[in-house]
Design a binder for this molecule. Structure first.
Ligand SMILES: [Zn+2]
Length: 439
């Protein structure tokens, strides 16, 4: 009895063991199935859409930043062109990363202009790899540019016209130090524009540039004979009565608690730079066609009582408190004199503009605009076409003005240049029109 009991117990034990093994086997099968499912549904890394798009073009030199949806450990990129296979890039990371940056130089890698098949392989761990195959275009040829014509001896603070021809689809620019000015594409691969010679210009800092659709850059220096101009220096005394009468009312709530000197500085520096930025913004919205004709006209029966580029030193008693540059002409006539549009164009701004008071800005095309400030009355609307001589408003003393006058500015790509050149038909013909017409 006792023996038999023991035998059955052993048998039962063995059966239990078999059942356990079976359970374990089923559990691991399920686990393996889940892992495989994980691999095929999202366990493997993906390359972002942006990265794929970036890889579709290989210019002379380009830095790529590839993004992955999960950190990867290794990456390998191959290129196949004319039956030849080349490794473009390989990296392996101790610390897995979501972002990989590298620079490709088409020529150094032996790639020729045309199509190339890229193969990307990357992995974030055991069995967690993926590969892509895609067609990419190699364009390592920078555009070539010919300078057709440009204003030979522009003045500091003046305007320059420039015409170039590029041998392929491209954007063209005139560079002046860190400033870039666009040239408009006018068909047959010609590009032309008017650019300001800024008051902070220096000899030898001018270049032309063309950028093709692949981002290849052609750049060349432009030798310009700058004509130096002597500008007037003015000392202007600021007193309490002027600040009380003009500055505080203009500042409104912003002037509360400010001393006479601080209130003047707020207007002359903070407001001025904000207004200049706004003018620049409007100045970039020019239409790529010439709407002006002949010389620009001056306010009738007026005298110029402040010139372009005048340096103004402001004094409060014996202390110099601020400085500014006068960037236009001040024309004085009778009070509330009617103002004719200086040339034909489209009104791109009609409203209040800080220290400039009520302002009208007319776009004459190709980056050229005229600005009318301190108006007592504005009689045109934005979007309206005006003909040369048509009345656009009346002179006044709105904004930072001592008395009734017109601030007249000429904007070239948003920068106020010397208007004197544009009042001179002969200057325009010799320095702008002749450049535009050159072949
Ligand atoms: Zn002025």
């Amino acid at each position: 009895m006792r023996y038999r009991y023991r035998l059955e117990k052993r048998k039962a034990k063995r059966l239990g063991f078999v059942r356990l093994i079976r359970k374990l086997a089923i559990a691991s099968l399920v686990l393996i199935m889940f892992y495989l499912l994980f691999l095929y549904t999202g366990g493997r890394p993906y390359l972002t859409e942006d990265s794929l798009r970036a890889l579709s073009l290989i210019p002379t030199e380009k830095t790529y930043t590839l993004g992955f949806d999960r950190p990867i450990k290794t990456i390998k990129i191959h290129a196949e062109q004319d039956g030849q296979k080349r490794e473009l890039y390989y990296a392996s990371f101790d610390q897995p990363t979501n972002k990989v940056s590298f620079t490709l130089k088409a020529k150094d890698l032996g790639l020729k202009d045309g199509q190339v098949r890229l193969t990307l392989e990357f992995s974030s761990g055991f069995l967690l790899n993926r590969s892509y195959s895609l067609l990419s275009t190699v364009d390592a040829q920078p555009p070539s540019l010919r300078v057709v014509a440009y204003t030979q001896s522009p003045s500091v603070g003046g305007s320059l016209a420039l015409k170039v021809k590029v041998d392929e689809e491209a954007q063209a620019w005139f560079l002046h130090g860190e400033h870039r000015y666009r040239l408009y594409s006018v068909g047959e691969r010609y590009h032309l524009g008017i650019c300001p010679i800024r008051l902070d210009a220096s000899q030898g800092a001018f270049r032309v540039e063309a950028v093709d659709s692949a981002g290849n850059i052609f750049r060349q220096e432009l030798h310009i004979n700058l004509r130096e101009v002597k500008f007037k220096e003015d000392r202007i005394n600021i007193d309490d009565s002027f600040v009380d009468r003009v500055v505080y009312p203009l500042l409104g709530k912003e002037g509360e608690g400010l001393s006479t000197v601080d209130a003047f500085r707020r207007i002359n520096e903070v407001w001025r730079s904000r207004d200049v930025s706004k003018i620049k913004e409007v100045g970039l919205k020019s239409e790529p066609r010439v709407m002006w004709e002949g010389a620009f006209i001056q306010l009738p029966n007026s005298k110029v009582f402040a010139g372009y580029g005048d340096v103004r030193h402001y004094f409060y008693g014996a202390q110099k408190i601020s400085e500014s540059r006068h960037m236009g002409f001040d024309f004085a006539s009778v009070e509330r004199a009617p103002i004719p549009a200086s040339n034909s164009g489209v009104v791109v701004f009609a409203g209040n503009l800080g220290i400039y008071g009520n302002v009208v800005i007319i776009d004459h095309g190709m980056g050229l605009m005229s600005l009318y400030g301190h108006l007592s009355e504005v009689s045109v609307k934005e979007g309206q076409f005006v003909k040369k001589g048509e009345i656009i408003g009346r002179t006044g003393a709105t904004g930072l003005a001592l008395g009734d006058h017109l601030h007249f500015g000429i904007l070239v790509q948003g920068y106020e240049v010397n208007p004197v050149e544009w009042l001179d038909a002969k200057w325009i013909k010799n320095n702008i029109t002749s450049v535009f017409d050159a072949k």
